[in-house]
Design a protein around this ligand. Structure first.
Ligand code: ZN
Length: 366
C-alpha cells in the first residue's frame, strides 16, 4: 500500500508540473533553462514570439536543444517554428555546439553575437552563420562594448534585431537590451573569450531576467565600473549565474549590483569527467572545473532572499583541477542549498514564468 500511495503522489506531481509547463496563457513570459549538461542554452517564450540565448550542449546531449525546440514549437504552433532572435553570448563550444543544427531546422529572423569568428576555434559556427546569413535570410549584428556604450550610454543598447518581439495587443511589450559585448584590444585586463560575453537583459513590466554568458572577473569589473552611478542598469530579479557557477564569475560587487531574487546555474552533473573513459577529455568537464564552486554558492546563498520549499543536498566544487598540475584531483563536498538557487544539474530543465507585476513561478523537470 505504501509504495502505491507514493506512486500516486508522484504521478499527481508530474501532472501538476506538466500542466504548468505546457501551457502559456495570459500576459506572461517564461525562460526555459534547458538541461544541456556542462553547457548553456535558454529559450525565452513570449506571448508573441521566442528567442534563443546560446545553443550549447555537453557532447552527448547535443540533440537536446533541437529536441526541446521541437516540443516547444509543437506546443506553440502559433510561432511557426520561428525564433525572432538567436543570441550567442561568446564563441565557445559549450554555447554554440547546436547553433547550425538550430539554423537548419528552425527559422531564425535575427542572429546576434560578439562578432568573433575564429575558424580555428569554436568560432567556426559563428563564421558560418555570419557567412550564410544572406542565404538563410537572417539579419546579423555584432555587438561590441563600444557600440553598447556609445555616447556615454549607461541605459543598455537595443534595436530591431535585439528586441524583435512585440507584446500582444493590449499586453506587455517585452524589452530586450544588451549591456556588454566584445571589448576592443586593451579595454579589459584579461582578454580571454569569456570576458567578451554579451550581457542581455529582458524586462517584462516589473519583471526582469539577466543573462551574462561566461563573463569572468575582469569583464565584470569593467562592466561594473561603466555602470557605476546607474544602479538600475544591471539590476534583475532572475540571474543566469555566470560561467556555470565558477568562482570567477560570481563576485560580491556583482551580486550586490544585480540583487537577484532567483539564480539559475547551467551546469552538468559533478560526475561528468570523473571517469577518465568519459567521451570528452577530462579537461573541459564539470568535474575538472569543480562547478558549481562553493564560493559562488556561498555568495548566492548569502544574498538571495527567498527560500526553497525544500532544501536540497548537492555536490559542489571546493576546487577544480590545477591546469599546471592535472594529477591533483578536484575536490567536491556535499552542501545544502536553502535559497532560490536552481541548477540544470539537480533540477533538469528549469522554467521560470513571470507576469508583469514580477510574480514568479518556477517549474523544474525534477
Ligand atoms: Zn561556458
Amino acid at each position: 500500500m505504501k509504495s502505491l500511495s507514493v506512486l500516486v503522489v508522484k504521478v499527481f506531481c508530474c501532472l501538476l508540473i506538466s500542466t504548468a509547463a505546457f501551457t502559456q496563457s495570459g500576459d506572461v513570459m517564461t525562460v526555459h533553462y534547458i538541461n544541456v549538461g556542462q553547457a548553456q542554452s535558454m529559450v525565452l517564450e513570449f506571448p508573441n514570439g521566442a528567442v534563443l540565448i546560446d545553443a550549447g550542449a555537453q557532447p552527448e546531449m547535443k540533440e537536446n536543444v533541437h529536441l526541446f525546440l521541437d516540443k516547444f514549437f509543437d506546443r506553440r504552433k502559433d510561432l511557426n517554428r520561428t525564433l525572432n532572435t538567436v543570441f550567442v553570448t561568446h564563441q565557445h563550444i559549450d554555447h554554440d555546439m547546436a547553433l547550425l543544427d538550430v539554423a537548419e531546422h528552425f527559422t531564425i529572423l535575427n542572429y546576434v553575437d560578439n562578432g568573433h569568428n575564429n575558424p580555428k576555434g569554436s568560432g567556426v559556427r559563428q563564421l558560418l552563420m555570419q557567412q550564410y546569413k544572406g542565404e538563410l535570410g537572417i539579419k546579423y549584428e555584432a555587438i561590441t562594448f563600444d557600440k553598447v556604450t556609445k555616447g556615454k550610454n549607461k541605459a543598455g543598447y537595443t534595436d530591431q534585431l535585439i528586441d524583435a518581439v512585440d507584446g500582444k495587443t493590449g499586453g506587455t511589450d517585452p524589452e530586450i537590451r544588451v549591456y556588454s559585448g566584445a571589448f576592443a584590444e586593451g579595454q579589459v585586463s584579461d582578454p580571454k573569450e569569456n570576458n567578451h560575453s554579451l550581457i542581455i537583459k529582458v524586462i517584462f513590466g516589473k519583471a526582469s531576467f539577466l543573462f551574462m554568458g561566461d563573463l569572468e572577473t575582469a569583464g565584470i569589473t569593467k562592466v561594473l565600473s561603466w555602470y557605476e552611478g546607474a544602479p538600475q542598469a544591471l539590476k534583475a530579479d532572475v540571474l543566469q549565474v555566470g560561467h556555470h557557477g565558477s568562482a570567477n564569475a560570481t563576485t560580491e560587487p556583482w551580486i550586490t549590483a544585480v540583487q537577484p531574487k532567483y539564480a539559475v546555474i547551467n551546469v552538468g552533473n559533478w560526475t561528468f569527467g570523473l571517469n577518465p573513459a568519459d567521451s570528452s577529455s577530462t579537461k573541459f568537464t564539470t568535474y575538472a572545473y569543480g562547478h558549481p564552486n562553493k564560493k559562488a554558492i556561498d555568495l548566492l546563498e548569502a544574498h538571495i532572499p527567498g527560500l526553497l520549499e525544500k532544501p536540497v543536498k548537492k555536490h559542489i566544487g571546493i576546487k577544480g583541477q590545477d591546469p599546471k598540475d592535472p594529477t591533483k584531483t578536484p575536490v567536491f563536498r556535499m552542501a545544502t542549498i536553502k535559497h532560490n538557487i536552481f541548477a540544470t544539474d539537480w533540477n533538469g530543465t528549469v522554467s521560470i514564468t513571470a507576469d508583469k507585476n514580477a510574480h514568479y513561478t518556477v517549474v523544474t523537470e525534477r
